[in-house]
Design a protein around this ligand. Structure first.
Ligand SMILES: [Fe+2]
Length: 84
């Protein structure tokens, strides 16, 4: 059962992103602890695939949430300005 019950598609996509980001951390942490190099390699490959899933959810969210799209661009510009 979900900790939060999504009430609309935007909330579903955000929860999907949270889950994917969480599992990326999990796989990377497991890879750091893995002693066997094949296990480490597969975990890191799966973590990479999960990053694609984050991007899929994010891309769809940005189509549905125009405010998020604008704020994502604002955030990008702010970071560029702060780090130039
Ligand atoms: Fe995934």
């Amino acid at each position: 059962m979900l900790a939060q019950t999504p009430k609309n598609d935007k909330q579903i996509l955000r929860l999907g992103m949270i889950a994917e980001l969480d599992v990326i951390n999990l796989y990377e942490q497991l890879a750091e602890n893995a002693k066997n190099n094949s296990v480490k390699k597969v975990l890191l490959d799966i973590a990479k695939e999960e990053k694609t899933h984050v991007a899929e959810f994010e891309t769809l969210l940005l189509k549905l949430d125009k405010e998020q799209e604008q704020e994502t661009e604002a955030g990008r510009k702010e970071v560029e300005k702060l780090t130039e």
